[in-house]
Design a binder for this molecule. Structure first.
Ligand code: FES
Length: 171
């Protein structure tokens, strides 16, 4: 990139010329009164492009149909690979636990097995089931996960994940 600054509006002074006391004829020491023009060149090559973390769009389907017979859906987005599902749900005040889990959950420590969700869509955007999940969800459908073990995204991927809340209430 380059740009120019026009200095024509600035007052112009003759350059100082020292003559060592000798009086040169005026034609010898007169300066050309050309208007100066300064040019600058800049480069953006050292600037880093702005970094943006990819986002995961999440849809949470409620466990109970409303009066119109439709299941409520809450939509939120989260930075890829930064949080587990349980934290995202808590941040957005989405109920995760059933009656027992509300009072008896382990707070995300992976030792109660009550933070169950079902991944309806977007399983490929989540981490693999952990050993904790293999233990607690041994006889449950493959699509069930523990929200405190489920990392949403991997910092590089983006897309949509659809989660059924409290799937045990629907089975
Ligand atoms: S909150 Fe206890 S296992 Fe997830």
């Amino acid at each position: 990139m380059s740009f120019a600054v026009n200095l024509s509006s600035l007052p112009l002074r003759s350059p100082e010329i020292t003559t060592g006391g000798y009086n040169f004829p005026k034609s010898v020491i007169s300066s050309t009164r050309k208007r100066p023009m300064l040019s600058f060149a800049t480069s953006n090559s050292t600037e880093e492009p702005p970094t943006t973390t990819p986002e995961i769009e999440l849809e949470f389907i409620g466990p109970k149909a409303g009066e119109d017979g439709k299941y409520p859906v809450d939509r939120v987005s989260a930075a890829s690979g930064e949080k587990v599902l349980r934290t995202i749900m808590a941040d957005n005040k989405l109920e995760l636990y059933g009656t027992y889990g509300k009072v008896m959950n382990c707070g995300g420590g992976g030792s109660c097995g009550t933070c169950i969700v079902e991944v309806v869509e977007g399983n490929e955007l989540l981490n693999e089931r952990t050993n904790t999940e293999l233990k607690y969800l041994k006889k449950k459908p493959e699509s069930w996960r523990l929200a405190c073990q489920t990392i949403v995204g991997n910092k590089e991927n983006s897309g949509k994940v659809v989660i059924q809340r409290l799937p045990q209430w629907k089975k």
